[in-house]
Design a protein around this ligand. Sequence first.
Ligand code: MN3
Length: 204
Amino acid sequence: MAVMQSHLPYDRGALEPHVSRKTMSYHYDEHHSGYVKKLNDLIEGTDYDSLSLEQIVSKARANGDTAVFNNAAQAWNHGFFWKSMSPNGGGTPQGKLKEMIDDQYPDFDVFKQQLRDAALGQFGSGWAWLVLDNDKIRITTTGNAETPLGTNVVPLLTMDVWEHAYYLDYQNVRKSYVEAFIENLVNWEFAAANLAGKPAIRAA
Ligand code: MN3
């Protein structure tokens, strides 16, 4: 059974002016779609074929099946990334997530700065993440397709820092894209739902 490309939870132009319709069209319809198509080509007729996308990521990592892992992880990461943004994003987290940030960081601006620094510090292609690590939140990054999914931390939020995520809108200036993500796009409600263990995280 083929893996389905996860749904884009808003219109392709909904994140303008921060992410253009053109970027979103390429990113969703070419890049994300390409990972899903490639994955399905790779797994057809194999033991992976009957598994969920999350199971494929874990099994391919364990088996060292690099091509399957890379395409499956990218398929999952993008589904998670679309939900990590919202046309009504930005602002401040509420509830338990806010409490944890307040407990672990001097203030919200320092937290945001560390998230920004992590996203800028990831050399080359990759992802910046907010994860739950035991009972603490943690900012981390992964290179290329690598993902916290299936490891011992819980992904709460992600930012795609591959150049294809921002080049058409910001050229090589990752900093401007990262600022726009943190100030205008980030979906704190999605992160809070993942923190609460809501099924949002499983809807790859
Ligand atoms: Mn991407």
